[in-house]
Design a protein around this ligand. Structure first.
Ligand code: GLN
Length: 305
């Protein structure tokens, strides 16, 4: 496996040249576009890592899956899905257009920004800071460690530049989907997106999802099976935004990307996968990460679709 990961990394690395590091959140622009890390955790809890798999980056939209799992755990499935749909959009992750034009007048799914902001608004806690800290503790509980950090430079950078997310959030308020203060809810969302992880962390959480909520490392249940399944289904249909269909064809496994350069993927009963490559394609998905996952899918026959 180790040799395979090194080989896949070498083969996928040139794909980064076709991508570009995100700069609409200014603090993300300083990432090294050539970085590429790959990690795998198997169903027995064995861990394999190659390249920059221990380099930290902000989790960004991958947090949307974890926030969904967290809020489903804390508030129940109905609390989420009475306010957010389960359908893919085919639109970019930060699109606002369907909030006004769709008959349902609620975000299509929890993995686009609009849906994720609604989910952030459902997190328990007494203040944005408290909600953010509790979410961070939840991520720590999945990873089995209490030292999960937040990248405050990224948090501050997004908070001071997020005109589009503010537009989305105010529209959600108008639709009656945000109970509290709009700026407070956005603050929770920015905090969750700035949680710091590495590719091995993503592979570990992917491995928990692969076993429907059982952690192969600690050999105990950390998520309800239903919660894990809902997350994985939405990852298949919506996890790579308007690239989800192409990813299903090319790679064929549930996955979720973030503009920090991470992708978390999971293969039922077999593997959790984490990749990091901050140069992104035009849809905001890691260019080299996609190449690495496509290759791994072929080599390990991962396709479940
Ligand atoms: N925090 C980012 C945003 O809202 C997350 C987007 C992403 O990772 N695709 O724009």
């Amino acid at each position: 496996m180790q040799e395979l990961l090194e080989r896949v990394r070498a083969a996928a690395a040139p794909a980064a040249l076709c991508g570009k590091v995100a700069d609409y959140i200014p603090a993300l622009a300083s990432a090294d576009p050539a970085a590429l890390g790959i990690a795998v955790v198997d169903a027995e809890g064995n861990e394999y890592a190659a390249g920059d798999a221990r380099r930290r980056f902000s989790i960004q939209s991958i947090s949307k899956v974890l926030a969904l799992a967290y809020v489903m755990t804390e508030r129940g499935e109905e609390a989420v899905f009475s306010r957010v749909g389960k359908e893919p959009t085919g639109d970019p992750f930060n699109s606002i257009i369907r909030l006004e034009t769709s008959a349902g007048r609620k975000p299509f799914n929890p993995l686009i920004n609009a849906g994720a902001i609604v989910v952030s608004g459902l997190m328990p806690g007494s203040s944005p800071l408290d909600k953010g800290e509790r979410f961070r503790a939840f991520v720590g509980s999945l990873l089995g460690r209490g030292d999960v950090a937040r990248d405050d430079a990224v948090y501050g950078s997004e908070k001071s530049t997020a005109a589009r997310n503010r537009s989305i959030a105010w529209f959600l308020k108008e639709l009656g989907l945000l109970p509290g203060d709009v700026e407070d809810t956005l603050d929770v969302y920015f905090r969750q997106c700035a949680v710091s992880v590495d590719a091995v962390d993503l592979a570990r959480i992917g491995a928990i999802l692969c076993l429907d909520g059982v952690d192969p490392v600690r050999r105990g249940r950390v998520l309800a099976a239903r919660t894990a399944r809902v997350c994985k289904s939405l990852m298949v249909t919506c996890g790579m935004y308007d690239g989800s269909g192409e990813f299903a064809v090319d790679v064929g496994i549930p996955a979720k990307s973030g503009v920090g350069g991470g992708i978390m993927a999971t293969v039922r009963d077999r593997f959790g996968l984490g990749v990091y490559g901050p140069a992104l394609d035009e849809r905001g998905n890691s260019a080299a990460g996609l190449a690495a996952l496509a290759r791994l899918s072929d080599e390990l026959d991962l396709r479940v679709l």
